[in-house]
Design a protein around this ligand. Structure first.
Ligand SMILES: C[S@@+](CC[C@H](N)C(=O)[O-])C[C@H]1O[C@@H](n2cnc3c(N)ncnc32)[C@H](O)[C@@H]1O
Length: 355
């Protein structure tokens, strides 16, 4: 295995990625340098290309390697922001958005990655702007991609409390699929059934959706593009398994476990009755069962592993350590690498590999 764990490789990400083993990480969470937005002060950095299409070409090559080192059930999360063109030579008319994230995502989809979500990270404390002829930019897009249609995803690990009990027609069972619904319009049959049963939705809470309101990071080191930890936690909990079979790479999953009404330790069979009886006074808690294998190999296991190919000051590593996952980072700027080790509360290892 040529994929080290719990360390940071210093140097160009593409060069390092090419040396990592196939299918050796379960999840990738990263924020690549945005086009012409920052100068990270190191030769060979990505982000200062002559045109937006050159930037796409560089990142396309990086994500081709990322897809190779990802397990077939793995996921990729990419935080991306756009920038405004100053001259047509960059790839769009002056003052136009360059549509850099869209260009990159079209290329990655063409390369075979499946785009599962485009999440708006709505910053609750955006940078103020003096611009007067358009609206201020207050969100980044976080794209969620997978290699294959069947992938590891633990929605229960990241559900949030319900805020509404559903419409009257849903509760009374008079709602039906509208006549205008087209062939790709979503079917909500599961939610509909729950509401007919007098329950606002899934007992463990609702699907958080694709607008995440999260403040920008308060870390005030010398790195100015730090992820907030909350932006990393949800993807990590949902798509980086705790345990994986070494032989076949299939993740383990939590068994059914037990469900309780919060504070009352009521057994599962009475939870739905309780929820129906007190529709506005319930909160259900899940005690997940022990992890169970997803395969019949019956062999050794390893911890789930997350990779950040643009590690910066090490936010992904910090969150991974707190949540019991292994991690690997790659970063071109040695100063940021030192900052990351400091944030992790450790000294850099003596032998530091550079590429
Ligand atoms: C947006 S920042 C990532 C910030 C990170 N998420 C954090 O929480 O600190 C992008 C990082 O990519 C690094 N970078 C730029 N070009 C690189 C390359 N060719 N190889 C590896 N890292 C690179 C930059 O030095 C910068 O730290």
């Amino acid at each position: 295995m040529n994929t080290p764990r719990n360390t940071i490789l210093i140097g160009d990400t593409l060069k390092h990625l090419r040396r990592l083993s196939d299918a050796s990480v379960d999840c990738v969470i990263t924020s690549p340098p945005f086009f012409l937005l920052r100068d990270y002060g190191v030769a060979g950095q990505i982000g200062l290309e002559a045109t937006v299409d050159d930037w796409v070409a560089k990142l396309r090559a990086v994500f081709a390697e990322v897809a190779r080192v990802l397990t077939p059930t793995g996921s990729i999360w990419i935080d991306l922001g756009d920038s405004y063109s100053r001259h047509p030579r960059y790839g769009a008319a002056a003052k136009s958005l360059l549509l850099a994230p869209e260009r990159l995502l079209l290329a990655l989809a063409e390369d075979g990655l499946i785009v599962r979500n485009k999440i708006a990270w709505a910053k609750t404390n955006p940078m103020p702007s003096s611009v007067t002829d358009r609206f201020n930019t207050t969100y980044d897009s976080v794209y969620f991609l997978v290699r294959s249609p069947r992938y590891y995803f633990d929605l229960d690990a990241v559900r949030v409390p319900h805020t509404s009990g559903g419409s009257r027609s849903e509760k009374e069972g008079t709602s039906k699929r509208p006549d205008w619904a087209g062939p790709l319009s979503g079917s909500n049959s599961g939610l509909h059934r729950a509401r007919l049963a007098g329950i606002p939705g899934h007992l463990l809470g609702k699907n958080v959706g694709d607008v995440w309101r999260i403040p920008t990071a308060s870390f005030r080191g010398a790195h100015f593009a730090t992820f907030p930890q909350a932006l990393v936690e949800r993807p990590l909990l949902a798509t980086c398994p705790l345990k994986v079979c070494v032989a076949c790479g299939i993740p383990w999953k939590a068994g059914p476990g037990k469900t309780f009404v919060l504070g009352e330790r009521k057994p599962a069979s009475t939870v739905e009755t309780h929820v129906r009886r007190y529709p506005n006074r319930w909160r259900v808690l899940r005690q997940p069962g022990p992890l169970e294998p997803g395969c019949s190999c019956n062999g050794a296991t390893r911890r789930g592993r997350v990779l950040d190919p643009f590690m910066g000051s090490g936010t992904v590593a910090q969150v991974a350590e707190r949540l019991g996952r292994d991690w690997l980072g790659i970063e071109i700027n040695p100063g940021y690498v030192d900052m990351a080790w400091k944030r992790l509360g450790r000294k850099p290892p003596p032998l530091r590999e550079a590429a």
